[in-house]
Design a protein around this ligand. Structure first.
Ligand SMILES: N[C@@H](CCC(=O)N[C@@H](CS)C(=O)NCC(=O)O)C(=O)O
Length: 213
């Protein structure tokens, strides 16, 4: 198969690209990057992404890293899907939320994921209360923006599902363990529940971890 996704599937950043590929019906092969065993630090992987981070897309010599860029590339393969709108304002709206994700949301969720999941998974360290406090302050700042925005909208960019939904909702898959302070944000919970009903979401959550590449 010519399109490969190099992923550590437990990560929301991997999930978003895997789920979008499944939703779009883009044929792909999953290549397991074992972060626990330094699979992102070996020369073969660093030749794909010198940042030493997954996910990475590889297709016939074309290599793309940054999950949200990968989302855009996958959507461009199936324009009829509407995951990336065709009009300029629609595209700008999606871009806005992808940039917002990278500027604010992803890194805020990552604090909880690192403190409450990565540490216990890899180093058995306990969460740092100062980091959690910083995460909570930032989470309330940005979750309120997203929650207010979702009022009256089915999806982040309106009535239609777009890659912005995949980008922003993926970290919520691990909400039970990450324990984001989500309780006040009913619109986010309503929107996230609608995404978990998508067949691609369920299929991707159930995906088995592939063998190491
Ligand atoms: N902005 C990048 C972040 C990628 C990233 O940080 N991936 C993490 C896992 S979620 C990783 O590979 N970390 C390995 C490391 O930093 O050592 C994206 O969205 O693709």
């Amino acid at each position: 198969m010519s399109l490969k996704l190099h992923v550590f599937p437990l990560s929301p950043r991997a999930f978003k690209v895997m789920a979008a590929a499944n939703h779009l019906g883009v044929d792909h092969e999953l290549c397991f990057v074992d972060l626990g065993k330094g699979g992102h630090k070996n020369p073969k992987f660093l030749a794909l992404n010198p940042n030493g981070k997954m996910p990475v897309l590889e297709e016939d010599g074309f290599v793309l890293w940054e999950a949200n860029a990968i989302l855009g590339y996958l959507a461009s393969k199936k324009p009829q899907s509407g995951l990336m709108p065709e009009d300029a304002r629609g595209r700008a709206d999606v871009a806005r939320w992808l940039f917002w994700d990278m500027a604010h949301w992803d890194s805020t969720c990552a604090i909880f994921i690192f403190e409450r999941m990565v540490k216990s998974f890899f180093t058995k360290e306990t969460p740092d209360p100062a980091e959690i406090a910083k995460g909570e302050e930032r989470f309330h700042q940005f979750a309120k923006v997203l929650d207010d925005h979702l009022k009256g909208r089915k999806y982040v960019c309106g009535d239609k599902l777009t890659i912005a939904d995949f980008a922003l909702a993926a970290p919520l898959n691990v909400q039970e363990t990450a324990q984001y302070p989500l309780a006040p944000y009913a619109e986010i919970s309503r929107w996230y529940a609608s995404l978990t009903a998508l067949p691609c979401w369920r299929k991707t959550l159930a995906a088995k971890v592939p063998a190491a590449a």
